[in-house]
Write a protein that binds this ligand. Sequence first.
Ligand SMILES: C[S@@+](CC[C@H](N)C(=O)[O-])C[C@H]1O[C@@H](n2cnc3c(N)ncnc32)[C@H](O)[C@@H]1O
Length: 285
Amino acid sequence: MTLTSARVSTVVGAAAAELAAAGVASPWHDAEELAAYVLGVPRSRLPLVAGLTAAQLARFGELVGQRASRVPLQHLTGVAGFRRLELAVGPGVFVPRPETELLAGWAVETLARMDAPVVVDLCTGSGAVALAVAQEVPAATVHAVERESLALAWAERNVAALGLPVSLHRGDVADPALLADLAGAVDLVTANPPYVPDGAGVEPEVAEHDPPAALWGGPDGLDVVRAVERAAARLLRPGGLAAVEHADAQGTSVPAAFARTGRWTGVTDHPDLAGRPRFTTARRA
Ligand SMILES: C[S@@+](CC[C@H](N)C(=O)[O-])C[C@H]1O[C@@H](n2cnc3c(N)ncnc32)[C@H](O)[C@@H]1O
């Protein structure tokens, strides 16, 4: 059975109402994305679709039910957009967030002014930042580090699927021997580490579906940030740069974690588009 295009908008509207009632933050967007996914079209072409078959309608209903139980949208569609990339994601890996695109954008702009730069992305997860840099700065040599096996497997899958030159390394940012052969030779270190203070409240999508290792950062949220600072200080050449994402409540504490070591100059915090503190940059003294 094929329904009319009017019924497409009707079922999307009903789904959006169901998602809103379940507390989903962007119910219309997510209902449209799921409809587009089931129909195999970009969301922008939804108004042009004649209708859903009964099978498509049933599949859409299942997915809306899962989204209403707060499974992340990206786990249902299997992909997350990040700058110009579409990354494969699912259980075991952190879903890349739009705010991290700002840090990646700062990295791209900074690297565009360097000749053949060497970049290390710590805590790479799906590989989002490393892959965006590799795509947008072809002259860069890009390394990426991840400790967790499941996350590393998603990064390997994305590197292979996108065919971009990123060298993946399994490693712990707290290991003083991490990437020892690159010590003092790196131009830019990026990181979006786990930074949620232990015990803080997070949305169900995050609590139940992002890996714990991607979230929790110790009592003040900065345990891994401090390890990133030490690793970056070891890896960077004099004058090299570090860029580290943080929570909006950490716009003072993360710059202080860099400044108090005496290893950095020009420690600067950067706001997101809503004016909230989002990432810190610093230059190796
Ligand atoms: C917030 S996620 C960010 C992932 C990715 N960079 C992004 O922005 O989408 C943090 C990542 O750091 C990894 N991680 C946590 N502790 C680590 C450590 N000590 N060494 C290396 N990776 C670590 C987690 O497994 C997770 O993949």
